[in-house]
Structure formats: structure tokens, C-alpha cells
Design a protein around this ligand. Structure first.
Ligand code: AMP
Length: 496
């Protein structure tokens, strides 16, 4: 389903109320004085799931010749639907909210028109892109650099966990494009009085993975960011999933705004095979090893294994090391340089397996990922959709295998209801799996557990948690948590 909606008013991001009933309150109609002059909403629905006419080219979208040539060089033959619809609107100066499946080419949909405009009048900082995770910030920068390679593009990544003095200096040199996570850019804007002026002429603000940026208490950060951006900037919001926050924005957004949606709820792509293994918890590692040993036979080039906590991620990483399986681990107890190095090793093919918490569940675009394993079933169906979206991208095939224990049955049923299909059974011979691996895995697990104790992982984790709570208490942010806040905390934890 594709929807094109012309709506009425600028994206007033902070008109929404903060109460837990925000969806209801924010969808409240504005006072009559505001509505009187507002044009009616125009709603065009196109029901063709892939309405991009084959003959449309990047040049037809109004992009400059250099940009069209860069697309060609990068192997982008034709615009994807989200690009076809959004690029002309952005070039025409409209605010855009783009909602499309992960892997559908959203990044180029906003990067290309921004770079086109930048080339006409190059200065810094021309665009600020805000994204929820550090890894996504680096990935976005890579794509901007590739698409802007003909322009001598200067692009800075401003994220937590990296040297703040260098970041401050880099901003003062006014790069063309700044890609930032909300927390770090806020600190820089607040602590260095010279930084706000750097953004005083910025033409574009992009919120990438906008549902997440808007949905997990980044409001304070966004307020600070918005204050130093000019009002006449273009605002572009891109997301793979529709949430109440985005729905609210849509209901309140501007008459010059354009809304593009190729979205039918939480959907997984047809080219993805989704399977489950129903097993007792204590043999998960045995099955994991079985599947990893079969990667070659299954034509799997690389695999991401998702776990629910940093602790299990670390433990599994030590376990695989004991079993002499090469794997990199990505979780938020690691320093940012270790996180980046893990991702780099995996992306460059040095290691075929990435162990990760939900910090890696969104947006990461690694074409060799043929397999996603849900070692732990995620608590929320949307996390499942994001996780399995790391494979079967851009029309390719892929496999997702979920380890289901008896405690997870409800969660899996919830996932199946949301994605609108049932997971198939992963075929295996139980006797073979257990005989092959059981003793070896149990032994390795004992060693890995000891090693983790020796490394003092739990003490370090406890100290870190206490430090975080103290910092929150000092800022007066330690409140009694509602169910919604718990969910938001989960989302925030999985990304910082
Ligand atoms: P994204 O949804 O932005 O993460 O993009 C997913 C992948 O599709 C990236 O590897 C892009 O380089 C690639 N891509 C984006 N646009 C096109 C296009 N028009 N043709 C082919 N590949 C594309």
C-alpha cells in the first residue's frame, strides 16, 4: 500500500503532550482559529505495492548530472520507490516524512537531494542528520561520503564514546554534513558556546529512524538541537516503522509537508525464510554451534546472533572463543572503539559471526548477512522485525532462525500475529545435534563462565549501572517507571 498525503502545518514536533495518553491528547483537534484557514487533508492511496515505473531514472527525478553519474558508479541503476517519491519533493523544498521498509533505499532518498542542493551552494553546516545509534551514524556517514564522493564532501560523525574535544574542533571547522546521536550533539551545543552558531544556516534536519529518535525520551535532546537550527530549514523524517509518535506528527504536520508510506504494519519481506527451533533453554548453545557449523553447507556467508543482554552477549562471545569459532561481539558495555572495531571486523568479512544486543537491530546494512539467529526471543515484536531485517535486504534471500523455549511461546505468538505469518520449523536431527556437540559445549561454557568471573564482568556491570543511576538522580530524571517508560528505557538501553 502506498499513501500520499498532503497535510496542514509545519512539523510542530513538540506540540504533543508529555502525558502517557499522548496519542489521544496529541490527536486532539487544534482550536477552531487554527483549523479555519487550514486546507483539507488530501489523501491519495495507491494500492500497487511496487508502483515505480521501470523507466523512471535518477535524472528524471531532477537530480544533477554528477549525482546521476555517482548513482551509476555505485551500481544504483534505478531509483527505488521511496527515492522516486521523496527525492523530487525534497528538491522542491518540502518537508518529507518517509515510511518504508528497512533496506528500501531510504538513506539515498534523503542524502541525494541534500547533496544536490549542497553542490549548488556549498557551505557548512548544510545538513544535520540525527540517528539513534552510534553504529548507524557511522554507516550513514559512509553512505553520504560515497554519494558525495564527487563533491569533496566534508562529513563529521558526532557520537558518544568518542573524543569530545576532537568532535568540538571538527564542528568548528564547519563540515558540510554532521551526523550525530542526540545525546552527544546536545552536550556539545550546551557546553561549547561557539557551537550553536555553527548550525545557524543549516538547511536540512534529518531524523533517521525517526520513530526511535522521537520515541525514547530524546525530547530534551531534540529541543536543544532545534533551538540552534533556523526555522526555515527543511525537516525530513525517515523511519521503517510507524509508531504513535509518528502518527501524531502526521496528524499535526505542515501543509507543505509530504508523507510517503509504503507500509502495511510490521512487515517482513517475502524473500525471508522464518523458522523456529523449540528447545529447552539449557541446550541453546548446543543448537547454536550446530547451526554455525552448518553455515557453509547452508550457503550462509555471515550471520548475526541476537541476544537480550550485554551479559549473555559477552558470555556467548567467550563461549564461541573456547569453541574456536570466530565471532565479534557488539554490546553497550564495550567502549565505542571496541564496538566499531567489532563491526568493522564483521563488515569486512574478517569474522563471519556477529553477536549483538538490540543495539544492532536497526538499519545496519551488511549485504553478506544471510542468517539472523534470535538466540533470545525479543520482548517486543517490533524488535523481531528490525532484527530479521538485517538479512534478506534489497530483494535478496535470507533466513531467520529463532530459538524458542517454553517460556517464549506467548512472545512468539505475539510476533506471528504482528507479522501476519507463522514461523516454520527448522529441520534438524535432535540426536545428531546433541551427540555432536553437547559435551564439547558444556565444557566450553564452564570455561567461559569462569573467564567471565575472572574478568570481573558482573562487578564492572554493577558499577556502571550504579554510575548511570547516580547521574540520572543528579539530573532529577529518576522517576517511578510506568509500563510505557519501561518500554522506552528498554529501547534507549538497546541503543546507547
Ligand atoms: P537503506 O535502506 O538506505 O539502508 O539502503 C539499503 C541498501 O540499498 C544500501 O546498500 C544501498 O546502497 C542500496 N541502495 C539504495 N538505493 C539503491 C538503488 N536505487 N538501487 C540499488 N541499490 C540501492
Amino acid at each position: 500500500m502506498e499513501e500520499e498525503i498532503q497535510v496542514d502545518e509545519n512539523f510542530p514536533l513538540f506540540y504533543r503532550k508529555k502525558s502517557s495518553a499522548s496519542v489521544k491528547t496529541t490527536s486532539k483537534k487544534p482550536p477552531p482559529s487554527e483549523t479555519a484557514a487550514a486546507p483539507p487533508k488530501v489523501l491519495d492511496k495507491e494500492l500497487n505495492p511496487n508502483p515505480t515505473p521501470a523507466h523512471i531514472t535518477f535524472s528524471d527525478l531532477g537530480l544533477a548530472e554528477w549525482a546521476v553519474n555517482t548513482c551509476k558508479e555505485l551500481g544504483m541503476k534505478r531509483p527505488t520507490p521511496v527515492q522516486q517519491h521523496c527525492i523530487p519533493k525534497i528538491l522542491a523544498g518540502q518537508d518529507v516524512m518517509g515510511l518504508a521498509q528497512t533496506g528500501s533505499g531510504k538513506t539515498a532518498a534523503f542524502a541525494l537531494p541534500i547533496l544536490h542542493r549542497l553542490a549548488e551552494d556549498p557551505f557548512g553546516v548544510f545538513a544535520l542528520v540525527v540517528t539513534p545509534t552510534r553504529e548507524l551514524a557511522y554507516q550513514l556517514a559512509e553512505q553520504f561520503r560515497a554519494l558525495g564522493s564527487g563533491l569533496g564532501l566534508r562529513c563529521s560523525v558526532i557520537v558518544g564514546g568518542m573524543d569530545i574535544i576532537n568532535q568540538s574542533q571538527s564542528l568548528m571547522q564547519r563540515p558540510h554534513v554532521v551526523i550525530a546521536t542526540p545525546g552527544r550533539i546536545k552536550v556539545l551545543i550546551e557546553e561549547n558556546p561557539d557551537i550553536p552558531a555553527v548550525f545557524s544556516n543549516t538547511k536540512f534536519l534529518v531524523l533517521d529512524e525517526a520513530d526511535r529518535v522521537l520515541g525514547v525520551n530524546f525530547e530534551a535532546e531534540l529541543r536543544v538541537i532545534f533551538q540552534c537550527l533556523p526555522k526555515n530549514r527543511q525537516t525530513l523524517l525517515f523511519s521503517a516503522t510507524m509508531t504513535s509518535n509518528l502518527q501524531t506528527l502526521l496528524e499535526l504536520s505542515a501543509n507543505k509537508a509530504y508523507f510517503y508510506a509504503a507500509y502495511e504494519g510490521f512487515k517482513t519481506v517475502e524473500s525471508l525464510k522464518q523458522q523456529y527451533v523449540f528447545i529447552p533453554k539449557h541446550v541453546k548453545d548446543v543448537y547454536l554451534l550446530h547451526i554455525l557449523n552448518k553455515m557453509e553447507e547452508m550457503n550462509v556467508r555471515s550471520a548475526i546472533i541476537f541476544v537480550s543482554t550485554c551479559r549473555s552477549c559477552e558470555l556467548l562471545s567467550l563461549l564461541l572463543e573456547q569453541l574456536e569459532m570466530e565471532a565479534a561481539a557488539l554490546h553497550s558495555f564495550k567502549s565505542q572503539s571496541l564496538r566499531l572495531s567489532a563491526l568493522h571486523k564483521f563488515k569486512s568479512g574478517q569474522v563471519p559471526v556477529l553477536l549483538a544486543t538490540d543495539v544492532a537491530n536497526r538499519g545496519l546494512d551488511i549485504p553478506t548477512v544471510d542468517l539472523v539467529i534470535n538466540y533470545d526471543i525479543p520482548r517486543y515484536p517490533e524488535d523481531y522485525v528490525h532484527r530479521v531485517g538485517r538479512t534478506a535486504r534489497a530483494g535478496r534471500g535470507g533466513l531467520a532462525v529463532s530459538f524458542v523455549t517454553q517460556n517464549d511461546v506467548d512472545l512468539v505468538q505475539e510476533i506471528e500475529a504482528v507479522i501476519g505469518k507463522q514461523l516454520d520449523k527448522f529441520e534438524y536431527k535432535e540426536k545428531e545435534v546433541l551427540e555432536e556437540n553437547l559435551t564439547k559445549v558444556y565444557k566450553a561454557r564452564r570455561v567461559a563462565t569462569m573467564k567471565m568471573m575472572d574478568d570481573g564482568f558482573d562487578e564492572k556491570a554493577k558499577a556502571r549501572k550504579e554510575q548511570k543511576l547516580k547521574a540520572l538522580a543528579e539530573k532529577g530524571l529518576l522517576k517511578k517507571k510506568s509500563k510505557k517508560r519501561k518500554r522506552e528505557k528498554h529501547a534507549k538501553e538497546s541503543q546507547d
